[in-house]
Design a protein around this ligand. Structure first.
Ligand code: DX5
Ligand code: ZN
Length: 218
């Protein structure tokens, strides 16, 4: 099965958001990736739960919410009520990652743990049985348009091995610098979902970019 594609609206045209979301859905993207930034965990401020609520009625894609927020427990219920299908919380953003994941699951939403490039895969072993998806950041979070960190490939392989060893069934998502040059190696290493922002939305023809990612991972 080809990799599932999750275009990040961080690189979309915000005044034409519905158009840009419909465009990628038509092109076969399975998820839409929503990057929430609080100006603390990462330098920028992006958008909040109101955007999830606004997108919910205009798409059937999985609403994949990536919380780059300090102490995400403060916002989990709000994002769940807004219609998030998956909520991702950073291991580094809270001393209580287990509790944060419990809160997501208690709302009936799919739970995701996210790790930064500087965080070892072993550290999330104790919560892997709880998650539907793990996001391995393939750049340092905060901005679109950065370069894929090649050392991420080993982390994806490590996680895929742990997943097999523990007999678990979560998706492995990658985020940052994913494009036609980097997606195949990540897929071969075990990634099952690829976030792509600038590659899909910058310049021309998002549909062709999605087709290329699917084609490269057949
Ligand atoms: C970065 C965000 C990403 C971002 C990826 O902090 O988490 O989702 O949109 O952008 P690209 O694909 O341009 O690296
Ligand atoms: Zn993201």
């Amino acid at each position: 099965m080809s990799i599932k594609v999750a275009p990040s609206i961080l690189s979309a045209d915000y005044v034409n958001l519905q158009r840009d979301v419909e465009l990628v859905e038509k092109a076969g993207a399975e998820y839409v990736h929503i990057d929430v930034m609080d100006g603390m965990f990462v330098p920028s401020i992006s958008y909040g739960a109101a955007w999830v609520k606004a997108l919910k009625p205009v798409t059937n894609m999985v609403l994949d919410v990536h919380l780059m927020v300090v102490n995400p427990e403060r916002y989990i219920n709000e994002f769940a009520d807004a219609g998030s299908d998956i909520i991702g919380v950073h291991y580094e953003a809270t001393p209580h990652i287990h509790r944060a994941l419990q809160m997501i699951k208690a709302k009936g939403v799919k739970a995701e743990v996210v790790i930064n490039p500087g965080t070892a895969v072993e550290l999330i072993k104790p919560v892997l049985h709880m998650v539907d998806q793990v996001l391995i950041m393939t750049v340092n979070p905060g901005f679109g348009g950065q370069k894929f960190l090649p050392e991420s490939i080993d982390k994806i392989k490590q996680l895929a091995a742990i997943k097999a060893e523990m007999g678990l069934d979560f998706d492995i998502e990658i985020d940052g610098g994913v494009n036609g040059d980097t997606v195949k190696a990540a897929y071969d290493a075990g990634a099952t979902v690829a976030v792509a922002g600038s590659y899909v939305y910058d310049k021309v023809d998002p549909a062709a970019k999605i087709a290329a990612m699917k084609d490269l991972t057949k």
